[in-house]
Design a binder for this molecule. Structure first.
Ligand SMILES: NC(=O)c1ccc[n+]([C@@H]2O[C@H](COP(=O)([O-])OP(=O)(O)OC[C@H]3O[C@@H](n4cnc5c(N)ncnc54)[C@H](OP(=O)(O)O)[C@@H]3O)[C@@H](O)[C@H]2O)c1
Length: 341
């Protein structure tokens, strides 16, 4: 980055906020351009950043007067409460939560897919759900090979997708089971250690969950295709970091596997590990901490010659959240779409 906007991170003590700081560190972002915020509970905490200790402040409506960009990585009520005042103070808000994603005047952006949508922001840009981002990156590229008739996605989502309390819950349940103790549950409605839960977020009246609705609706918005046929089943699994997805795509035309592989290979932000014969494919433990999304198990659908099946793994806290948000800021700098900067 050649120039550095002044940024505020709301939710700096959370799972996404911590990774956001880690990525800024990797980019040598200057400490004097970063302000950290969280709830009142965290007021006065210090977070190490190179040889500095950055102080955490309580986020209030008047916190953002000197900020060019405000990242909000807290829950939706915090975004709804603070984002309008941040915009009024002249900042660009990049929001990680779902509060604004489907609003018409809020671009929902994955820079590799729809960077140009940044141009229509009115002060707020949202990042998609952490399962939507890798899916749209793959589909955006596959659409170049043939029109798509139908997409089905089944997810295997890490507990860090529910925030840092869920990471602690998986850790403690694992210890409790190993020690033959009674398990405690607070984040999830069922045991997550040594099990899985076919529910991510609350249920809707149609039998789908909110997470599945997010995946479906956000994919349509980002790809500018409201008629896209897409369905999803979202499952929480006892993995700490990285979401995996098994995807099936039905094309209008038969698509050659080599074209699929070379399309993915030439796509920004995508890496392939696709050597089943050598038991080589992406796994969460391999992908953790990596910026790219990883695709493998690429094969024809055995029930449809115009169908394709594949497997994606991506780090939900990096490309699924903090990294995508930072890349949006970098795109907004290039497009000169950060007010007052
Ligand atoms: N985790 C993921 O994979 C992921 C991916 C994409 C998007 N997101 C979205 O990112 C957001 C943050 O998720 P997370 O996983 O980082 O959650 P988290 O680990 O639970 O962290 C929540 C953060 O919000 C802060 N916070 C809570 N109440 C606040 C308030 N009233 N004012 C200011 N800050 C407040 C917390 O501060 P305290 O420490 O002071 O409580 C903490 O820093 C959510 O909207 C989530 O949907 C998450």
């Amino acid at each position: 980055m050649e120039s550095y906007p002044s940024i505020s991170i709301v939710g700096a003590t959370g799972a996404v906020g911590k990774i956001c700081l880690e990525i800024l560190k990797e980019k040598n972002y200057p400490h004097e351009k970063i302000k950290l915020f969280a709830s009142k509970r965290s007021e006065g905490k210090k977070i190490k950043y190179f040889d500095q200790e950055l102080l955490v402040h309580e986020a209030t409506k008047s916190s953002f007067h000197n900020s060019n960009v405000v990242f909000i990585s807290a829950d939706s009520s915090v975004s709804l409460d603070l984002a309008p005042s941040a915009v009024d103070s002249g900042a660009l808000v990049i929001d990680d939560g779902s509060a604004f994603r489907m609003k018409e005047d809020v671009p929902l952006v994955v820079p590799e897919v729809n960077e140009e949508d940044i141009n229509y922001h009115k002060g707020i840009i949202s990042i998609p759900n952490c399962t939507t981002t890798p899916l749209v990156m793959a589909i955006h590229n596959l659409k170049k090979l043939s029109p798509i008739k139908r997409i089905q996605s089944t997810t295997y989502q890490a507990v860090s997708g529910s925030g840092s309390l869920a990471v602690t819950e998986l850790q403690s349940q694992t210890e409790q089971i190993i020690n033959n103790e009674k398990i405690t549950m607070s984040v999830y409605p069922h045991q997550i250690a040594f099990s899985l839960i076919p529910q991510v977020d609350d249920f809707m009246s149609d039998g789908y969950t909110k997470e599945e609705h997010k995946m479906i609706n956000e994919t349509k918005k980002i790809l500018h295709d409201k008629d896209l046929n897409i369905s999803a089943t979202c499952v929480r699994v006892p993995v700490f970091y990285c979401h995996s997805e098994a995807i099936s795509v039905d094309f209008e035309d038969e698509v050659d596997l080599n074209s699929v592989i070379s399309t993915f290979k030439n796509s920004q932000g995508i890496k392939i590990i696709n050597d089943g014969q050598n038991e080589d494919y992406p796994t969460p433990s391999f992908v953790q901490g990596k910026d790219d999304i990883y695709i493998g198990r690429i094969r024809k659908d055995s029930s449809n010659r115009k169908g394709l099946n594949f497997w994606i793994v991506s780090d939900n806290l990096r490309k699924g959240a903090a990294l995508n948000a930072i890349q949006i800021m970098e795109s907004a700098i290039n497009l000169k779409k950060i007010p007052n900067f």
